[in-house]
Design a protein around this ligand. Sequence first.
Ligand code: URP
Ligand code: ZN
Ligand code: ZN
Length: 468
Amino acid sequence: MRILIANGMVVNADGSTRADVLVDGETIALVGRDLAAQGLRADRTIDARGRYVIPGAIDVHTHFDMPFGGTMSKDTFETGTRAAAFGGTTTIIDFANQQKGHSLREGIDAWHAKAEGNCAIDYGFHMIVADVTDAVLAEMDQVIAEGIPEFKLFTAYPGVLYSDDGAIFRAMQRATRNGALIMMHAENGIAIDVVANQNAESGHTAPWYHGASRYPVFEGEAANRVIRLAEAAGSAVYIVHLSSRDALEAVRAGRDRGTPVYAETCPQYLFLSLDDLGNGFEGAKFVCSPPLRPRDHWPELWKGLQADDLQIVATDHCPFDFHGQKEMGLGDFRRIPNGLPAVEDRLDLMHDGGVVGGRISPERWIDVCAASPARMFGLAGRKGVVAPGADADLVVYDPNRKHTISATTHHMNVDYSCYEGRTVQGGSDVVLSRGTVIVEDGRYTGTKGHGRFLKREATGAALAAQTR
Ligand code: URP
Ligand code: ZN
Ligand code: ZN
């Protein structure tokens, strides 16, 4: 099947140009001017006049079908990847979980079983490490060989996913040898639990206290600590879901010293605030970790994106229904499952708030949502770019179309939206995954099982060799 996408504005991270795109089978065959006029034949032509032609977005931080906080995240690989496609995201990287006392192998097998045959779009895995033992360190090498070359460790969630400094340092030393990339959830979970318990024991049990207990300085301290540990180990480190000015300062300082530290933020830290955690138990809808911050953190994070101290915007999509799941924390904010839905909304929120809002260029929008994720996570040349030879993961994107986000119309399998009633400018009109149209005219035209597992190369060594 040959598809010609004609007359659009091709937007890549390194520049935009008016051009036609010829898709042949699963890949992009040609990008050039007036391909139709040159007599090229195609089975189908999509007129992209007045619209962007962009690489399908890549979300490197999702949690589908994950046991967490005493329940399961609500989107499965089937519902989550379909919702992602509606939002112009054509690749996700999810976190396979190691359970304490179990092997990495068991976690990977479980995640393959959840995903295989169910995905609308291509997918990869990172590995969550909950238990750093000699055996697990040795297993890391095998996991990398299977195309899963990143490992996420936590300074948060004591007793569940938490690793102490020694464990983190050992994993980083191993990464220095085997080329893996260590991803860190950086919040001082031990100190947070002290404040959270003090608040709860004083009768402060509403969701707002989830945010109020997790001080920004606890994130800044942990970020600085893991960056310093990476310096000592000689490894790169990637800070996930960075939410605060304090953590950004630690990243910036590390990068200024020449440390290969990289970081992502998420839409919720750019568009939502601690205020959203108020309003009684409704605030439970916004409980995630790190928590939403006071709004004066927003401009700093935008500056971080502009200056490339933050390289990626991912979602940390981890949805729980308000009814029945978030309600587990009625009367005690510590029992509210942590996480928000966002996989469908990221590209539009970043277009609306970033590009239309005048904070970033269209090229930088593509960089943080597609090109950097591809470059940093072993998909360079294959995803995140509109260029000959790349997978034909493409979106015909209307930068002017407005729509209002709502749980009544979204495709994520969750009973509320954090952005209910917000009107955004920009929307994905046609979405292709490896040359197949999977979303068009607001309808899903893809098939369950079209998405393939992406075996990815390790980038840790290359990232460790780079500095600012
Ligand atoms: O609240 C969050 N972020 N839930 C998902 C788990 C994690 O820490 O990424
Ligand atoms: Zn995390
Ligand atoms: Zn996460």
